[in-house]
Design a protein around this ligand. Structure first.
Ligand SMILES: [Zn+2]
Length: 454
């Protein structure tokens, strides 16, 4: 049984809530059952290998009989799939390995970023069922034009997922900006040129007019995907999302730190030099003006719409401007990160987005600044490494954050009412072959970033 703490949610849930039986109230019994149902599903989804009912009883502190009854509900709700039984080494009935169901329920991840739009559908097992990407320049675009286009991508992804028999749990949109979880969905996305937009244009496109869309900051969502991909117990790190802008997400013990408004992690606007270049935010010398993609490309004498691979190739060929641009960007990044480490005592940094392929070119410059500026440098292991969650991590994290809501409350999705799934009777359930090879897998949904209804 793997008990990765991908989510502080796993640790935060109380084990063995059977003690609540002393209340005796029907409502409490029902709430307890629903809580335990989520607890069992979470353990199955977060495990890196198939688990048995016995494993779940140990992991949750619930009785074998209770676990079995809950698993049966999850199986009939097509959230969990039973693999072929395997013989035990000891006497007794063969164990039935349990895995998250593939292709039965999906979260929709949407992303609007400066140089691409994307939509994907991911199932409980972590598989991408469908994906659509459009690459273009969306700097200073209009949300009223971009969001219907994004909605069209999302709509096609939903159609593809439902054609496979999947049920859509909801949608989440990743944005490179400040998402207000108090007064409105989007305060500012400076590189898109969006400010105080209500994003309602997205909700004019079916099916988002009915299922709605939650909204969250792209770096926070990318960190959700990174937590899942790391397979580490309750990791703490700063996720740095390098694009035209630079986002950050502070992960503390497997949980994304949100701040008072959900606005934490604006690393790109940390001041590197108050006498530096003008920034899109109105200040001068922000990290973005040295290490954002546009700034790196301009300093290297390359067109800003070229892929970052052009910068890598120029540096590899020994181009002085390209290497100087990377040295300047890496130094600025190191200065900003040293402030972060001095403040937080979190000494691991994950470089995502364009920084992932650039890590080898940046890391020495970053480390030089860290060793100079971080007070505790002699005693801590400061790590700066490339992200393992791949490209489009924010879009994946958006879909995963939707699925996490399902895992937290499977009863809301029909797990306590098997009849609610009768609408799917005409659709064949995934077969054992669909789940063949469902051994170790990159499961686990991790904690969500803050999300608000659009
Ligand atoms: Zn700025």
């Amino acid at each position: 049984m793997n008990a990765r703490g991908t989510g502080g949610s796993a640790a935060a849930r109380t084990k063995a809530t059977s003690r609540a039986h002393s209340t005796g109230a029907g409502a409490s019994q029902s709430a307890m059952r629903e809580h335990n149902l989520g607890l069992v599903l979470e353990q199955i989804v977060d495990a890196t290998e198939p688990v048995s009912r016995a494993d779940l009883a140990v992991g949750t502190g619930l009785t074998r009989a209770t676990v079995s009854a809950l698993v049966d509900l999850l199986v009939s709700a097509r959230m969990v799939h039973e693999l072929e039984p395997v013989a035990r080494r000891t006497a007794g009935r063969p164990a039935v390995p349990l895995v998250p169901a593939r292709g039965t329920i999906v979260g929709i991840g949407l992303e609007a970023n400066v140089d691409y739009l994307g939509a994907c559908a991911i199932d409980l097992a972590g598989n991408v069922i469908a994906e659509e990407i459009v690459e273009d320049d969306f700097r200073h675009s209009s949300p009223d034009e971009v969001l219907p286009l994004l909605g069209g991508l999302g709509s096609r992804v939903v159609d593809a997922a439902t054609a496979h028999g999947a049920r859509v749990a909801g949608a989440c949109l990743a944005l490179p900006g400040i998402v207000d979880r108090v007064n409105g969905p989007l305060r500012l996305a400076p590189n898109l040129g969006w400010a105080d937009d209500d994003l309602s244009a997205l909700r004019t496109v079916a099916p988002f007019d009915t299922i709605g869309v939650r909204v969250a900051n792209e770096a926070n969502l990318a960190a959700v995907a990174e937590i899942r991909a790391l397979h580490a117990a309750r990791p703490s790190f700063l996720y740095v999302s390098g694009e035209v802008g630079i986002g950050g997400a502070l992960v503390d013990g497997g949980v994304v730190f949100k701040g008072d408004h959900g606005w934490s992690g604006e690393l790109g606007h940390v001041t590197v030099d108050p006498n530096g270049p003008d920034c899109t935010c109105g200040a001068e010398g922000c990290l973005e003006t040295y290490a954002g993609k546009d700034s790196l490309m301009a300093a290297a004498g390359l067109a800003r719409d070229l892929p970052v691979e052009a910068l890598i190739e120029a540096a590899r060929l020994g181009d002085t401007r390209a290497r100087d641009a990377l040295a300047r960007g890496g130094r600025a990044l190191g200065i900003a990160l040293s402030s972060f480490m001095n403040l937080t005592d979190i000494n691991e940094v994950v470089l995502g987005g364009i920084y992932s392929p650039l890590t080898d070119w940046l890391v020495d410059h970053v480390h030089r600044e860290l060793h100079k500026r971080v007070l505790t440098a002699p005693w801590v292991d400061m790590q700066v490494k490339a992200s393992v969650s791949g490209t489009r991590a924010a879009m994946s994290g958006a879909a995963l954050s939707v699925l996490r809501l399902v895992v937290a409350n499977p009863g809301d999705w029909g797990a306590l009412e098997p009849g609610a799934w009768s609408e799917l009777d005409g659709i064949p359930a995934p077969t054992a072959a669909d789940h063949a090879g469902a051994g170790p897998r990159p499961a686990g949904l991790g904690p969500a970033g803050q999300e608000e209804d659009a």
